[in-house]
Design a protein around this ligand. Structure first.
Ligand SMILES: [Mg+2]
Length: 101
């Protein structure tokens, strides 16, 4: 499956399952993660005090982030953001379930 198709299943899944706002980042800065997702607190089982926003680097199965993508992921994480690397919708669903349970 092409990465663009995987991205689409992730975007659709986040919107349908969690009512998420998902934006595809344009890559003006090399290595920027593919997607930013924001899930409304109303969809959480356990109420969170802060909005839940995270970045997603989408890869085809078996592929890893490139060096420049790894640099951007590390930068974002240093600033306290969450970045996940996903190769399918199930990866994202598992992550969201874990942090919201
Ligand atoms: Mg990607």
């Amino acid at each position: 499956m092409k990465e663009s198709q995987i991205q689409k299943t992730i975007i659709d899944g986040l919107q349908k399952r969690f009512g998420a706002w998902v934006h595809k980042l344009d890559g003006h800065i090399a290595g920027t993660p593919d997607l930013i997702a924001a899930i409304p607190t109303s969809f959480f089982v356990r109420k969170r005090r802060e909005p839940f926003v995270f970045f997603i680097e989408v890869k085809q199965p078996g592929k890893n982030p490139s060096d420049i993508q790894r640099v951007r992921i590390d930068e974002l994480e240093r600033h306290g953001f969450t970045v996940i690397v996903a190769d399918c919708w199930d990866d994202v669903l598992e992550f969201v379930d874990k942090v919201t349970r």
